[in-house]
Design a protein around this ligand. Structure first.
Ligand code: ZN
Ligand code: ZN
Length: 419
């Protein structure tokens, strides 16, 4: 390992080496000769350099890095005309899609200021978001359909750290966020690779139990929540590692605590209240309450950021329907940290959640998942968005409803109801 002489970081950079190792070996499981596309912010370069080094040590072909910068992103919202917000760099996403079809792996480093766009005109944010969703669809689809192996990890960016730890000085905030990231990503462990193997075994046993049960629906009850979520026909529960269509088993999210599957987009009824704020495209949305009828959100409100939330629901036909249902025990390390990360990768792993929008075709038996028509016949949802939000708490009970109507406790007070 060579030295990076200009590094002056308020945390143990050895942890970055380990994070890079976990990302490339467990997260991506990058194969000899595979190309890799990394997207990251300039602030996360200390990690990106290590990722690139680790990738080449694993025999990578070409590692291409696309860097972004928060202030650079803001220049557009501040100065671009309304009309120009309808444009997005589709050439770039088409190129990525082509690369994924040709076995290129995908790695995203998340470090950005989660509330970057707070204070910007919501209609301009929605307009730019819509064109970006549309343009990025070819690349996004290949990721949600697991055409290639992919991974997302994070780096303790300064604005993000200040958001999570508003009372600390910047360097202390970064140091605290770094500690949380390293611990929750299981790299503060002397053998992180072994720690991930053990964690995967737990997730596998949970998903096996749920797959054996093959519930027809899940029933949720908690303060403000009385919801029945039908599960898609032929749904399969997944958690942690997944085998992509290129035959490589990767662990897409680091961290990950969830087991998840595809709900039936037309069999969701009742009301649900969010238990944590949702950060969507840089805006904080708090106190979400919605009602579903036959799978579709018919009433929606939010205490804060309501306009952004309602715009999100109007993105397209599928944006008012569910594409994911995920179970996470309340005692997950992220929940135990007691922190709100303002970052879905972290916050979704603190609690049971649901996602509006696109479903994962991966969460079906293979005879269904390989055919988009069969996915939609089975109840899988289609949309340009996929937005997770948290509904779990230590006051949530979940029952599984079997195909014959039998009720089985799945969670009690936010914890697994079986061992
Ligand atoms: Zn999820
Ligand atoms: Zn999700």
């Amino acid at each position: 390992m060579f030295d990076y002489p200009d590094e002056d970081l308020p945390f143990d950079t050895h942890m970055l080496d380990r994070l890079a190792e976990v990302s490339i070996r467990v997260g991506l499981n990058l194969q000899e000769g595979q190309d890799l596309i990394i997207t990251a912010s300039v602030e996360s370069l200390p990690l990106v350099r290590r990722l690139s080094a680790e990738a080449y040590k694993s025999g990578a072909g070409v590692v291409s890095t696309l860097l972004s910068d928060d202030l650079l992103s803001l220049t557009r919202y501040e100065h671009a005309s309304d009309e120009s917000l309808d444009s997005a760099p589709s050439w770039m996403f088409n190129g990525m899609a082509e690369a994924f079809d040709n076995n290129t792996a995908r790695l995203a480093v998340s470090a950005a200021n989660p509330l970057l766009l707070t204070g910007q005109d919501p209609s301009r944010v929605a307009r730019a978001g819509k064109s970006m969703s549309l343009a990025s669809k070819p690349a996004m689809e290949r990721i949600t359909n697991f055409v290639t192996n992919w991974n997302i990890i994070s780096y303790p960016g300064s604005a993000w750290a200040k958001q999570v730890f508003p009372d600390l000085e910047e360097r202390d905030a970064i140091s605290s966020l770094a500690k949380a990231i390293f611990s929750i990503s299981r790299v503060d462990n002397p053998d992180p690779i072994a720690a991930w193997e053990k964690h995967q075994q737990t997730l596998t046993s949970r998903q096996n139990w749920l797959n054996e049960k093959n519930f027809s629906a899940l029933r949720y009850s908690a303060p403000g929540t009385d919801l029945t979520i039908g599960l898609a026909k032929g749904h399969e529960w997944k958690g942690g590692a997944s085998t992509s269509k290129n035959g490589i088993t990767c662990t897409p999210n680091i961290p990950t605590e969830e087991v998840f599957t595809t709900p039936h987009s037309h069999r969701v009824d009742g009301c649900v209240r969010a238990t944590k704020p949702l950060v969507y495209r840089g805006t904080l949305i708090e106190g979400i309450e919605v009602e579903f009828e036959k799978g579709k959100i018919t009433k929606a409100r939010a205490e804060k950021g309501e306009e952004v939330f309602l715009n999100l629901l109007d993105t397209d036909e599928g944006a008012r329907r569910l594409g994911e249902v995920a179970l996470v025990p309340h005692s997950s390390p992220i929940s135990e940290s007691g922190l709100l990360f303002y970052n879905t990768l972290y916050d979704e792993n603190a609690s049971c959640h649901i996602a509006l929008g696109q479903c994962y075709s991966k969460c079906f038996r293979d005879d269904i998942g390989d055919d988009p028509e069969k996915v939609s016949e089975a109840g899988g949802n289609t949309s340009n968005i996929h937005v997770d939000w948290m509904i779990g708490s230590d006051r949530m009970d979940i029952d599984g409803v079997s195909q014959d109507g039998t009720i089985t406790p799945v969670m009690r007070n936010g914890e697994w109801a079986y061992n």
